[in-house]
Design a binder for this molecule. Structure first.
Ligand code: UDX
Length: 454
């Protein structure tokens, strides 16, 4: 076995993860390959116009690209050259046939496994980095080792990085999870992978933070961790509705709940609901798994997490409706923020998209602004009537009946709200679904103010 590493898939997981692996293992060669030549060209671009934006990523790539990190479209060559093969291809939710709308589409993963088998010229350790349904590793091992000349050991090594903090999450992970078979080859493969995460001279992840489990536990833990996080967001949002109805304040309730060290204070912020590429997909995956093993009550329980999330979008629109005198048709609403969270242009599963569709159904005139997500937003809402995309938040708000804040961009708190108030139609409403503005200050300017959970 040599120490070279290849990663198939130069996307959101593969790019940043390999950059950090190369940084922390200067004595290893790391090659990232992809069938998409444009994406590889972007990773190789002279002006570092990388296909993924993450704070700190460019610095790491500048340090290691050409030193021990390489980007290439030569998949066959890289597989031959490296005995450790990471797979970070996408596994979107299946939109056809069995498991439609729930299960992961594994066709890219399986095609990749067959590619590895075709080009291998020696034994390989195959590391699944994409989030996959439980038992995928076993299926892949069956494909790889069936009538194979060489021996393939499949490990599960799910990634826990969050968008916007990927480099920090990689450099200082809470934990690294490695699942592998409990036999001699499996134990050796797990040790080889753990050595990568320990870094050259042990300079990276401390040994006690590298958790090893069997393959199925590793696969399930990744889904379970995301499902538990999503469940916390739905729990706090479900309580937010009750706060609005009773006069309690969700900020205060969250502070009290979070002070219990068994619960902890993080991930208790009420808002417009969770978005992003992982949470919904992973919860749906868990639902599908539970159903396929006949665990219908468990499936329903997790499905509830998604239902509460969707209900949150409806609640926002219902509150706007009743606060704006039971008619929204023809009114102008300025939507502040379209990204699924601040500091990213990512709009996958963004609550703003769902809310915009509901508002369009009420014939609202929407002016949507966002510092980073306008391009993605235009694509998401293509074909929807009554939508205008505006760079400048002041221009978006001019003449509007309401400002609806859906993303917690810090710049929104710093706006000149007096100027915004003066430019709006009266009575002027602000609905701050992220609880990120000073509502007392807004009220003193003359605004009517709504917030989530208060
Ligand atoms: C998440 C997980 O955090 C990460 O470990 C996993 O690998 C991928 O999925 P990410 O999708 O980048 O990462 O976003 P995250 O920061 O976790 O936020 C998810 C969503 O929940 C966002 O829409 C966010 O606004 C929302 N959220 C989060 C809340 O509404 N309230 C909270 O208290 C926390």
């Amino acid at each position: 076995m040599n120490r070279n590493i290849v990663c198939i898939g130069a996307g959101y997981i593969g790019g940043p993860t390999m950059a950090v692996i190369a940084k922390m293992n200067p004595d290893r060669k790391v090659i990232v390959v992809d069938i998409n030549a444009d994406r590889i060209a972007a990773w190789n671009s002279a002006d570092f116009n990388l296909p993924v934006y993450e704070p700190g990523l460019e610095e790491v790539v500048r340090e290691v690209r050409g030193r021990n990190l390489f980007f290439s479209t030569d998949i066959a060559g890289a597989v031959k050259e490296c005995d450790i093969v990471f797979v970070g291809v996408n596994t979107p939710t299946k939109m056809f046939g069995r498991g439609m709308g729930r299960a992961s589409d594994l066709q890219f993963w399986e095609a990749t496994a067959r590619t590895i088998k075709e080009y291998a010229d020696g034994d390989k350790i195959v590391v699944e980095k994409s989030t996959l349904p439980v038992r995928t590793a076993a299926a892949m091992e069956a494909i790889l080792n069936d009538h194979a000349k060489y021996r393939f050991t499949v490990l599960s090594n799910p990634e826990f990085l969050a968008e916007g903090s990927a480099i920090k999450d990689l450099l200082e992970p809470d934990r690294v999870l490695i699942g592998g078979p409990d036999d001699e080859a499996g134990r050796a493969a797990v040790a080889a992978l753990a050595e990568i995460y320990a870094g050259t001279n042990g300079a990276w992840v401390r040994r006690e933070k590298i958790l090893t489990t069997n393959v199925w536990s590793a696969e399930l833990s990744k889904l379970a961790a995301n499902a538990m996080l999503a469940q916390r967001v739905s729990s706090i949002n479900a309580l937010a509705g009750l706060c609005e109805a009773t006069g309690a304040n969700i900020g205060e309730v969250a502070r009290v709940i979070g002070a219990d060290s068994r619960i902890g204070a993080k991930f208790l912020k009420a808002g417009p609901g969770f978005g992003g590429s992982c949470f919904k997909k992973d919860v749906l995956n868990l639902v599908y798994l539970c159903e396929s093993f006949g665990l219908h009550t468990a499936a329903e329980y997790w499905m509830g997490v998604i239902r509460v999330n969707e209900h949150q979008h409806e609640r926002i629109v219902n509150r706007l409706f009743t606060s704006m005198f039971n008619t929204l048709a023809g009114k102008k609403i300025a939507m502040f923020g379209f990204a699924f969270k601040a500091n990213t242009g990512d709009t996958r599963e963004t609550p703003a998209g769902a809310v915009a569709r509901l508002l369009a159904g009420e014939h609202v005139r929407l002016a949507i602004t966002d510092p980073k997500a306008i391009e993605n937003g235009k694509r998401d809402l293509a074909g929807l009537d009554g939508i205008e995309w505006v760079e400048d938040p002041y221009a978006a708000a001019a003449g509007a009946d309401a400002v609806l804040v859906l993303t917690d961009w810090s710049e929104y708190a710093a706006l000149d709200w007096k100027r915004i108030y003066e430019s709006m139609r009266k009575p002027a409403l602000v609905f701050d679904t992220r609880n990120c503005l000073d509502d007392a200050a807004l009220r003193s300017l003359g605004f009517r103010v709504l917030a989530v959970g208060r």
